[in-house]
Each structure stands twice: as structure tokens, then as C-alpha cells.
Write a protein that binds this ligand. Sequence first.
Ligand code: A2R
Length: 313
Amino acid sequence: MKPDLVSVEALRPQSMTELAETFAIHALPADRARWVEAVAPVAAHVRFVQTTGFSGCPGDLMRALPRLEIVAVMGVGVDAVDLAQARARGIAVTNTPDVLNDDVADLAMALTLMTARNLALSDRYVRDGRWKRLGNQALATKVSGKRLGIVGMGRIGKVVARRAAAFDMTISYHTRNPADVPYRHVPDLEALAREVDIMIVIVPGGPATRGLIDARVIAALGPKGILVNVSRGSVVDEPALVEALVSGRLGGAGLDVFADEPNVPEALLALDNVVLAPHVGSATSETRGAMADLVVANLRAQLEGGTLLTRVV
Ligand code: A2R
């Protein structure tokens, strides 16, 4: 008999077919409130959970699976998994780092350029005939040569910095500990916000970074400042961000992540100084394929008693 695997949110079809060669797959319904009830018929046997960074594996689902050995997450962030329970019960948690660095960094730069150069607005300007009716669009803000502050200088932050260097930007960064990089470390986040034109946020989600970009940091960025968030919505005080954007006390924002996805604050939808994306940092077919391969490899390694490729817990 094939071992039971709970699939919280499916991988691409090809990867699900590969998993089905080895595992008996039990897919969960989209409605989170029904997950525990849905696993009940097989709960006693399940040793494997496959999930995504968005869906994660909440505490009640983990508690319902007494023989659980591994939660294999597609995504680098594991903040939606009950990590305390995983540690306490010796359950392995794996993620998919590195293979998505390029895509997330590309998106950070794209959002930076789109926001500063008003490109989402430009697209609407042409499509709805404003160019013909009103003539040229208002002037935008230059990106090349500007001062960039990167919050988080890990695997992705370093790739963002490489791209920004090619735009002749002056790079400084904030982390808790200085990283081994040739850029200036700024221990005080508010001070960093005060001295840069653009701030890109790429730290993990979870309790340690909740509300890190707070009203004071946003105020320090100021009416000409641009905030780009490609990490987690929880890292930014979203009501404070919305208030600053609406009132013009922050210049603009490029946002791929939100506090309560897929819900985006209504007030942002009406703002031309904001570029919105539906959490697509790693969403290219190439990268999602590589991430799915890593999930499958981790699950197989666990089954065969081999070494996990990317274990975080
Ligand atoms: O603080 P450090 O020295 O541990 O540096 C890490 C930084 N970081 C923080 N910076 C300031 N305040 C904090 N409370 C804080 N916590 C962590 O974030 C490090 O420079 C960076 C994380 O780097 P990695 O672990 O290599 O993560 P990676 O692969 O760059 O991905 C970052 C996040 C994911 O967790 C997803 O949420 C998202 O990007 O896609």
C-alpha cells in the first residue's frame, strides 16, 4: 500500500502525477475550516504533508495527524506552518529556497520601476484614451542613481542588491546582524528610511518581523519615498501604509503581498501612486517547476530515509 500524503494545496499537475506514483494523495478542500474534518478518515496513517507557503500547515491540522513526519512547503517562507508544534514533535519542515531568488528580485526591481515611473498608470493612460485626449502624462521619478535601502540581506536581498547596483543605485541595508556584503549596514531601520529614496522589503514573515515597517518608518520615508514589499504582508503595518499613501505622506508603493490575501485594502485600488500584484514573486513556470521538484525530492527523501535537501526545522 502506498503511504498516505495530505496535499493541502496542489503542486503543478506534472508534480502531482510524480507524487501519485509513490504516495496515496488526499487533497484538502479550499475551505480551511474543513481541513481537519476532511483528513479524519486517513488521519491516523498520514506521515506526509505537502503544502505551499500561502496555505501552510496550521496547528489544528498538525494535531489531527499523530504520525506526521514532514511538512514539505513550496515557498521559502514557512510562517504559515505551526513551527513551535513541529519543533516540539520532531516534525521536519522543508522549504524551497534559492531557486526563486532571481524571480523575487526581478519582481522587486519591476515594482520599483513601475512605481517610480508610473507605469501601471501609463498603461491605463494609453488604453483609456487619455493620451489622445489630454496629451503627455505627468512626469515621473528617476530610478537610476537613487539611494536604495534593502530591509533583509539574505539570499534574495543579495540578488536584489546586484540588480540595483546595475542601476547605479547607492545601496544600504538593515538586518539584525551585518551581512557579508559590500554595502553599508544601518542598524536603525528608521534612520535607513530617512536617508533613502526607495526601500525594498525582503525579510521573512512571522512574529519577529510583524509590523517592522511601522508608521514611523513610513513617515521617515516621506512624501517622495517609495516602499516596495515582496516579503509578507504582515511585515508592514498595512493600515498605516494605506493612511500614508492616501494622505500623500508616502510617495508611492509597489506591493506584491498583503496582510489578508487575497483581500487588498479598498482604498489602495483607487490610488495611482500604488502598483499592486497578486503575490507573484516566484510565479513563473520555470521557477514554480523548480520549487515543485524540490518539494517532491524532499518528500521522497523522507520516505526513503535519506537526507532532506532543504530542512528549516
Ligand atoms: O536579521 P538577520 O541578520 O537574521 O538577517 C535576515 C533578515 N531578517 C531581519 N532583518 C531585520 N529584522 C528582523 N526581525 C529580521 N529577521 C530576518 O532577513 C536576512 O538578511 C533576511 C532573510 O534572509 P533569508 O533567510 O536568506 O531569506 P530569503 O531566502 O532571502 O527570503 C526572505 C523572505 C522569505 O522568508 C519569504 O517570506 C519571502 O522572502 O519570499
